[in-house]
Ligand binder design. Structure first.
Ligand code: FE2
Length: 250
């Protein structure tokens, strides 16, 4: 069994004192990470699914790198709409960090897709990413696949948020539907938890390590839920056990 910790939408800034809508994102990220690392069943790797830094600053990425490197685990990162992909590449590409790409571990392969689309809060998978996924799913050496990306590939039921989802989700889902070995699709971006199934594939979204969005809201609205994160247990038989954890007060 492989245990993953998913962290998403940390929205850090150059200054650790900076606030987003009045909320200190650095403080909540530190608290989330500390709580997750205290868990009696520790993670074997961390996946960070986009919107790592809010203000496109090197200092923001460097502080994130420092905090995550202290965990001494492999860390897989993908960009979100708020990220600066070139900065991410220069700060988060050397081990223990990996930007995009994939990871084969045991009979699982994790595929990290880059849905960043310059100038758009929504996402798009370019042809090369779709081709990389299609090729990856043809490999013989993995029995089970989990796919990670920033943008939601299915509607969340929230009008404003579904206006900034994955623009070419149909192309992704067509490739997923063509494989019998995809077990999970996991994303960030939506700042809320969801857990569904589509043709036997687990569809999971994960709360942000800072502020949450109100589910099913037609217009932008914040939820009062605390910062959160997700555990994913990938079993050798293809089963995924997953749960969301919320930051406990103090
Ligand atoms: Fe996002």
């Amino acid at each position: 069994m492989l245990r993953l910790l998913q962290l998403t939408d940390s929205h850090l800034h150059a200054s650790p004192d900076a606030r987003m809508r009045g909320f200190n994102t650095d403080e909540s990220f530190r608290a989330v990470l500390a709580q997750a690392m205290r868990d009696p069943d520790p993670a074997e790797a961390i996946v960070v699914t986009g919107d790592l830094v809010q203000d496109e600053t090197r200092a923001g990425y460097e502080r994130l790198r420092e905090m995550l490197a202290a965990c001494e685990l492999p860390v897989f990162c993908i960009p979100g709409n708020h990220d600066a992909p070139e900065l991410m590449a220069s700060v988060l590409s050397a081990p223990p960090f990996q930007l995009n790409g994939d990871w084969q571990i045991g009979n699982w392969r994790l595929i990290f897709l880059n849905s960043y689309c310059r100038g758009d809060d929504g996402g798009r998978l370019p042809r090369e990413e779709l081709q990389r996924l299609a090729d990856g799913l043809q490999q013989e050496n993995a029995d089970h696949y989990a796919i990670f990306l920033h943008h939601q590939p299915v509607p969340m039921g929230s009008r404003w948020l579904d206006g900034v989802g994955l623009r070419n989700a149909d192309e992704l889902l067509e490739i997923v539907d063509g494989s019998s070995r995809v077990r999970g699709l996991v994303w960030g971006h939506v700042h809320q938890a969801s857990d569904r199934r589509r043709h036997g594939v687990r569809l999971l979204s994960t709360p942000s390590t800072c502020l949450q969005f109100l589910p099913n809201s037609d217009d932008f609205a914040l939820d009062s839920r605390p910062p959160g994160y997700r555990w994913l247990d990938l079993h050798a038989n293809g089963r995924i056990d997953s749960r969301v954890a919320w930051l406990e007060e103090n």
